[in-house]
Write a protein of this length. Structure first.
Length: 416
């Protein structure tokens, strides 16, 4: 079975390295100034050059998102920046604006162009149109059912197609939304969405502003504008049957922990499926893993539904069962100690797990010490500490702990 490229988000150099460690075939990054995710998910040119070099050493491709809808002034800036972005060695630019497509073709003709999902490509003729314009890959609209994705792939066997399989969804038609511009003066169409659709809203009568009406979908408060997150983990055979060349995880604003868990889970599932389609069985631990990261309830989105709209999430907050505890920074061979940088308050004796690409291992935090070797009973974010561990774990590997107050529904401590 043809294995599609698994694309992971890389909001910064650390997340890019995390995606490499946990099995991505390609990563996508934001470039300064013109992406659709704003400054917090963009890399400096220096970091991008380093990241591309490290990724290419491992055979992983790097795509740079330049997918805003440009104004005239943006075009001038893009014309100045495009040669610098190309010089970093990125394998393709992700664009959505026809003006930027033309500009990139004139300025950096050697760089392949991928058409962003923001361009909302929903049919075979639209794909042919962009193919005629020299675009080498189309990231299809998230609003398409898998049946139509398969029809487009069958009609254009020579064209690379990519779809999203996991991550946040818009209540609007893939980002074509002014909610953030209206509430925060930060436009989604300029890469600055602050996600106000995830906020809690109340309805109040004008003369009684202090007495808001409750808006309920079931027995809890509802976030009426906030979509559940897309998750097609349980439908990978149907996804691969469409013939797409790439499957993508959304989330350049998400944490390294999210990148690690989601990327490795889909890596394991895709490998198992492509190894033997006939004997493929979903491992229940995969879905449990996806519940350990922050999410708003999972949905299959438009994958199997005709004319469906997104489901809002009834959950009052992001749900997650685990949170990052730290990141591996080294190993002391003599003392058999893992050196880690703490990312969340950690108490000696607290359960902690090390995430490797194909397994999750318990780590004993009772004999926790500082870098000088003194026993400590607690550590704070940013502290460097040591814990006993029998072998060197890769630098950059993530450690996690149960979220305080979370329901005990995380994965068991066994290899996955
Ligand atoms: S506010 Fe929500 S619906 Fe609108 S673009 Fe941002 S994420 Fe999408």
């Amino acid at each position: 079975m043809q294995q599609p490229e698994l694309l992971a988000p890389a909001g910064n150099l650390e997340k890019l390295r995390t995606a490499l460690l946990y099995g991505a075939n390609a990563v996508y990054v934001g470039v300064p100034g013109l992406s659709l995710r704003g400054a917090s998910a963009e890399m400096s040119l220096e970091d991008l050059t380093t990241g591309v070099s490290e990724a290419h050493t491992l055979g992983v491709r790097v795509y740079a998102a330049v997918n805003m809808f440009a104004r005239n002034a943006d075009l001038a800036q893009a014309a100045r920046c495009l040669p610098d972005w190309a010089a970093t060695g990125v394998d393709a630019l992700i664009v959505s604006d026809p003006g930027l497509v033309r500009l990139a073709q004139k300025t950096v003709p050697q760089i392949p162009l991928h058409l962003s999902t923001q361009a909302n490509t929903t049919n075979a003729e639209a794909v042919r149109f962009w193919q005629d314009q020299g675009v080498s890959r189309i990231i299809l609209a998230r609003e398409l059912p898998l049946r139509e994705v398969g029809e487009i792939a069958a009609a254009l066997p020579g064209m690379e197609l990519e779809i999203f399989i996991h991550g946040a969804m818009c209540m609007a038609y893939s980002g074509r939304c002014y909610l953030s511009a209206w509430r925060n003066r930060k436009s989604a169409n300029a890469g600055d969405c602050t996600q106000p659709c995830r906020w809690e809203y109340r309805l109040s009568e004008s003369t009684r502003p202090d007495d808001p009406l409750r808006l309920e979908e079931d027995d809890r408060f509802s976030y009426l504008l906030s979509s559940k997150d897309l998750c097609l983990l349980e439908h990978l055979p149907e996804v691969l049957a469409t013939g797409v060349a790439g499957v993508k995880i959304e989330g350049r604003m998400k944490s390294s922990y999210y990148v690690a868990v989601v990327t490795r889970t889909y890596r394991q599932a895709l490998d198992a499926l492509c190894r033997n389609k006939e004997t493929y069985r979903r491992d229940p631990h995969w879905m449990e893993e996806l519940k350990t990261v922050s999410h708003r309830g999972y949905t299959t989105g438009f994958a199997f539904a005709e004319g469906k709209i997104n489901e809002s999430s009834p959950d009052i907050k992001n749900i997650q069962t685990h949170e990052p505890a730290g990141v591996v920074v080294g190993y002391d061979d003599v003392r058999k100690q893992m050196r880690m940088e703490v990312r969340n308050f950690l108490q000696a004796g607290e359960d902690m797990e090390l995430l490797l690409l194909r397994e999750t291992l318990p780590v004993d935090t009772r004999p926790m010490t500082d870098e000088g070797g003194d026993r400590i009973d607690r550590a704070h974010a940013g502290n460097l500490i040591r814990v006993p561990f029998p072998f060197p774990a890769p630098k950059g590997a993530l450690l996690r702990k149960k979220t305080i107050g979370a329901k005990a529904q995380g994965p068991e401590r066994k290899p996955i």
